[in-house]
Ligand binder design. Structure first.
Ligand SMILES: [Ca+2]
Length: 399
């Protein structure tokens, strides 16, 4: 008796569920694989069901440029708005008044209140982590991270645990995401503040992935600890604007996404002390259409190639792994928000290997700023709009 293995059955059912199943790594602007093509517009309250069985519900609307969503154990949400407000959204979709106690943010350009995540011990401590841009002297600004205790209507015991140094002028490329490795460390992604050369300078924190202990102190096993010419907070360098980051629960590895210039959005799995190339190696060019002045090409000695690259930029934002749900249609996926291409990207994973790409919510035409996966097996996203939304995506049924 020959029976197909469970993995192949799952693969078959997944392929059957999708309008197209490429089975290969998608590069460039390949937007061929679209599973959910039924228009989802209509009544804002109505759940819509796509042909693959995926169901999309508007949980909340009226959020002003929401930047991140954290999923609370009670079924509710915390949502940051870039302008500097943090709100609770109830499981029923009720949006609270702004919570008190949020740090003052520098809300200009791409700066403002950015990421929000729950501390690893949130159930006991009620602590949260926020990233944001803060003002420096003489019109400068930089990325910062604070922790705080979450109460019903506000934050208390707010402690700043990280400040990007030095602060620079300009309203662009603050990152930023926060992720925990489950081993007592917090990773903070940030941008190079549109100051390209700084990504290669080890005495500056722009364009660096930073690794700290949960209280903000520097782990003594960080790669540049003890070097007089380098900042000890640095985990990896040569990054552009890292607006997505997540730790893979299957491997414990941190993954980050970064905007390329024009073309060349990347996924990396940063290793300690390694150089990820910006602006010396890149698959992109300047938005002006001109070559990046420092660029030598797509590779160079001593510089790590991206784990995955999109030659046409989706405009990557938040990301989340979908793991450990045997039998679920979307098990072993990585979800990424796309701002420019206005979609949710679902990558199929085999370990670290990317085996397929699908686009979701393209029909809605909304800039996707953040993606999270709930304990309930659903995917939650926020849209970067003046009338921003929190959406719930229920996966298609497996098999
Ligand atoms: Ca790179």
């Amino acid at each position: 008796m020959t029976k197909p293995s469970l993995p192949s059955l799952l693969a078959l059912s997944l392929c059957a569920a999708l309008a197209a199943c490429t089975g290969t790594v998608s590069t460039g602007g390949d937007r061929a694989a679209t599973g959910a093509s039924t228009p989802a517009s209509g009544s804002p309250d109505a759940a819509t069901t796509a042909p693959n069985g995926m169901r999309v519900t508007e949980v909340a609307t009226g959020l002003v440029h929401p930047w991140a969503v954290a999923l609370l154990p009670d079924g509710g949400f915390l949502v940051t708005e870039r302008g500097g407000t943090l709100r609770r959204v109830g499981a029923d979709g009720a949006v609270s008044a702004p919570l008190s106690g949020v740090p003052t943010v520098w809300a200009q350009g791409q700066g403002g209140l950015l990421d929000v995540v729950l501390a690893p011990d949130f159930a006991q401590s009620q602590r949260i982590y926020l990233s944001y841009s803060e003002a420096g002297e003489d019109g400068t600004a930089g990325t910062a991270v604070a922790t705080a205790t979450l109460g019903a209507t506000g934050l208390t015991d707010v402690r700043r645990i990280y400040q990007q140094q030095p602060k620079l002028e300009g309203p662009n490329h603050f990152g930023s995401r926060i992720a925990f490795d489950g081993a007592g460390h917090v990773f903070i992604s940030q941008g190079e503040r549109n100051d390209r050369p700084s990504s290669q300078k080890l005495d500056m924190l722009q364009g660096k992935l930073v690794r700290l202990n949960l209280d903000g102190s520097v782990p003594q096993d960080n790669p540049f600890v003890g070097r007089a010419d380098a900042r000890p907070e640095i985990w990896s360098y040569g990054h552009r604007n890292m607006q997505g980051m997540a730790v893979d629960p299957a491997s414990g590895k941190v993954w980050q996404s970064e905007h390329g210039p024009r073309g060349g959005d990347e996924l990396n799995i940063p290793q300690p002390g390694k150089n990820y190339g910006w602006p010396v190696v890149t698959h992109g060019i300047n938005y002006s259409g001109l070559k990046i002045p420092e660029a030598v090409g797509k590779e160079a000695p001593g510089m790590e190639p991206p784990h995955h690259v999109w030659e046409v930029s989706p405009g990557l934002s938040g990301m989340a792994f979908y793991r450990g749900r045997d039998g679920a249609a979307w098990n072993d996926s990585l979800f990424l928000g796309a701002l420019a291409q206005r979609a949710v990207i679902r990558l199929s994973l085999d370990g670290d290997r990317i085996t397929g790409e699908e686009r979701l919510l393209e029909d809605r035409g909304e800039r996707i700023r953040d993606v999270r996966v709930g304990a309930d097996g659903n995917v939650y996203v926020v849209t970067d709009e003046k009338d921003g939304k929190l959406l719930k995506i229920e996966p298609p049924k497996a098999g």
